[in-house]
Design a protein around this ligand. Structure first.
Ligand code: NAP
Length: 258
């Protein structure tokens, strides 16, 4: 068994890193680690996931929101014991996969933990939306967001999408500033799709578009089409004490800041 660490640039995270480096008994491997320890908050979890998507992820929260973190700051020794003695449990989270293609046939693929957005911040974007090849609507506006259940509390929540229990295997399509008029009509409500569906977005004009995948951004000069569905592989996250989704919601959003 080998491990690596991804650390948020912050004093408390550095202190935690020092303890981990001293006490974890596994060999360090920054190329193909079995275990990746993310020290920080959700941003650090996203970074760790994109660097090592196949590794078992341990998230330790050091003073930020930490919706994903299964170990809180006070759980450091517990986490180190779990790693050294393999006394952890593993939960799995849904991921999205995206494939997009431009006018010249150049194709890119990626996977997302939180969400994928297709946006044009300056000129309005026109997208024909298909579900399983069935034409649903023509969207015009800033863009669309497709999120996982665990990502539903991130960007999707700011777009007034539904918060989804992460035990459900679904994806959610939410509009970003859609225009609704006698010229353009869309559903306007967040749409929750089963894990067997595929969303196809066909660009009406070949325009410059941005595609975001969690904390990553692609700039596409002439977007042609985007296909999004739930990925076959899931993210594996380690935990010691099971924290229910609702407890997590409460500590992240409902207990007031002091
Ligand atoms: P960031 O802009 O520095 O931070 C985004 C904030 O979202 C952080 O407070 C982060 O928590 C929190 N967060 C991330 N995933 C979450 C989740 N699943 N549930 C609840 N909160 C979550 O960017 P970043 O840290 O690189 O994260 C990229 C993410 O930012 C994207 O995936 C997107 O969801 C989000 N975002 C949101 C908006 C918006 O709401 N208007 C716009 C753009 C992007 P920590 O403090 O623990 O890191």
């Amino acid at each position: 068994m080998t491990y690596t660490v991804v650390v948020r640039d912050q004093d408390r995270s550095q202190e935690v890193l020092d303890v981990i480096t001293k006490k974890v008994k596994l060999d360090r491997d920054d190329k193909n680690p079995d275990i990746v320890i993310a020290i920080g908050g959700d941003g650090t979890i996203l970074k760790a996931f994109h660097l090592y998507p196949k590794s078992l992820l341990f998230g330790i929260k050091t003073g930020t929101l930490g919706f994903y973190s299964n170990y809180l700051g006070t759980d450091l020794d517990k986490m180190i014991d779990d790693i050294n003695n393999q006394t952890y449990s593993v939960s799995e989270l849904d991921l999205l996969k995206i494939a997009f293609i431009d006018k010249d046939g150049n194709k890119k693929e990626d996977i997302a933990l939180n969400e994928i957005t297709v946006v044009s911040p300056l000129r309005t974007l026109r997208l024909d939306v298909y579900v399983d090849e069935l034409y649903l609507e023509r969207f015009r506006g800033t863009g669309v967001c497709v999120s996982t259940p665990s990502g539903s509390t991130a960007y999707n929540k700011s777009l007034h999408g539904a918060v989804i229990d992460s035990d459900l295997s679904v994806m959610q399509l939410t509009e970003i500033a859609g225009i609704n008029s006698n010229a353009y009509r869309t559903l306007s409500s967040p749409l929750i799709l089963s894990n067997e569906r595929t969303i196809l977005l066909k660009a009406v004009d070949f325009d410059k578009t941005f595609i975001t995948v969690d904390n990553k951004q692609y700039s596409v000069e002439n977007l042609n089409a985007v296909r999004i569905s739930i990925n076959e592989d899931k993210l594996r996250m380690a935990y010691h004490d099971y924290e229910s989704f609702y407890k997590r919601l409460q500590r992240t959003f409902l207990i007031s800041l002091k």
